[in-house]
Design a protein around this ligand. Structure first.
Ligand SMILES: NC(=O)c1ccc[n+]([C@@H]2O[C@H](COP(=O)([O-])OP(=O)(O)OC[C@H]3O[C@@H](n4cnc5c(N)ncnc54)[C@H](OP(=O)(O)O)[C@@H]3O)[C@@H](O)[C@H]2O)c1
Length: 270
């Protein structure tokens, strides 16, 4: 898909994005140039990462080579961005920088990397298993090839949605933060099973299979969520009794607020 790609920060998410591309030979290991902050990470990648990619410590002179790659994936933590400085003497033209940093605007990226066209991407942790969701907001003057390159980075592991930048905060809340909410749900429902005397493992398995089955039913039968709810809620029955408890405890409102809060927090970061 490209000759060379530089990766600034090779942590969990960068690995989840790049490894499937290496698996499919869409990128060759010798064409991947990544930089990490610590010697420990450098040695860990050299010793344990399944592909022999080029890896440098950020303080080393050799790491400057990354600025000669047209395509860059920026994947440090937002608070680590201050430590990254664009090289003065960039030789290549038409440089593209794809950032996955939460809450860092295209405007800020363009100011920090003036020799790059910048793209802002929000992706989520299920990309690790090829079931991710990726939202992309394009900066100015991105070429057709650069758009294609960006999409190729994510299309093997996620569904792609293109947005204007103002939607990325709510997209992040719904897709990137909400897996933690779902995990909390699974944990709490399983504890309900535990309270009823089921072993922990079995309880968790039942909850997860129930969630998968419910989603399949909604999708395959093209049901609305209200139709699904009505299907399993009989007058005076067990389900309405359970739903009453949730309404009494304002769970619906708490969930809405949790997403709004995550989105607002993302806005605060930018
Ligand atoms: N985690 C998620 O669920 C998720 C989901 C979507 C997007 N994101 C975004 O993805 C980004 C990365 O998250 P992550 O979970 O992959 O973080 P991570 O595992 O902590 O990885 C950060 C990487 O950046 C490197 N780094 C730090 N300072 C650097 C510097 N000055 N120069 C070069 N490399 C440097 C770190 O190297 P060392 O190991 O040596 O410190 C590490 O390889 C974040 O901005 C986050 O907002 C995260």
């Amino acid at each position: 898909m490209t000759d060379k790609i530089a990766i600034i920060g090779f942590g969990n998410i960068a690995k989840a994005i790049i490894t499937p591309l290496l698996d499919r030979k869409l990128i060759l290991p010798e064409n991947v140039f990544c930089v990490v902050n610590s010697k420990k990470s450098l040695e860990n990648i050299k010793k344990n990462y399944i592909y022999k990619i080029n890896v440098f410590e950020s303080s080393s002179k050799d790491s400057k080579i990354i600025w000669d790659c047209n395509f860059k994936l920026l994947s440090v933590k937002p608070q680590q961005l201050k430590d990254i400085t664009e090289a003065d003497n960039i030789k290549t033209k038409d440089n593209l920088l794809v950032s996955i940093l939460a809450g860092v605007s295209i405007n800020k990226l363009t100011q920090k990397f003036p020799n790059h066209k910048c793209v802002r991407v929000v992706t989520n942790i299920p990309i690790t298993v090829g079931k991710g969701l990726t939202g992309i907001a394009w900066g100015e003057k991105i070429t057709k090839d650069q758009k294609e390159f960006t999409k190729k980075l994510f299309e093997n592991t996620s569904k792609i949605y293109e947005f204007t930048e103002d939607y990325l905060d709510i997209f992040l809340a719904l897709t990137s933060s909400a897996p933690a909410i779902i995990a909390l749900f699974i944990e709490a429902l399983s504890d309900g099973g535990l309270s009823g005397g089921l072993p922990k493992m079995l309880s968790e398995e039942l909850v997860m299979e129930m969630i998968l089955g419910t989603i399949s039913l909604i999708k395959e039968k093209k049901l609305t969520t209200t139709e699904l709810k009505n299907l399993v809620t009989s007058p005076g029955g067990t389900t309405i009794s359970a739903l009453r408890v949730l309404e009494k405890k304002s769970v619906r409102s708490a969930l809405i607020e949790s997403i709004v809060s995550a989105s607002n927090r993302s806005k605060e970061f930018s």
